[in-house]
Design a protein around this ligand. Structure first.
Ligand SMILES: [Zn+2]
Length: 98
């Protein structure tokens, strides 16, 4: 059983490398590794998901200040999460990343 489990983990990692996601700000499709995942938990808490595996609804953004600004001004994240997201809060999340 232990062997089966480790095989699953390996397969999962291989798959993750090829996975692409769409940036909610500029709409470009990039490998997941080049994007930042923003996640909204069931409790409504917004966070930057550095593991890419947190539970909840996720939205992806390029790791650039440009897409962050675009996401804030176009309210792309508000649309993705279907709720109002504080602009200052998003900016503070990203300032930690850059
Ligand atoms: Zn982008």
């Amino acid at each position: 059983m232990t062997t089966v489990k480790s095989n699953l983990i390996t397969n999962g990692n291989k798959k993750a490398e090829k996975v692409t996601r769409k940036c909610v700000a500029c709409g470009s499709i990039r490998p997941k590794s080049e994007l930042v995942r923003i996640v909204r938990s069931r409790e409504g808490e917004i966070a930057v998901d550095l593991t890419g595996r947190a539970n909840g609804r996720g939205a992806y953004l390029c790791r650039t200040g440009e897409c962050l600004k675009k996401a804030v001004s176009s309210k792309a994240l508000n649309r993705s999460f279907k709720c109002e997201i504080d602009k200052d809060f998003i900016e503070s999340l990203f300032s930690e990343l850059m």
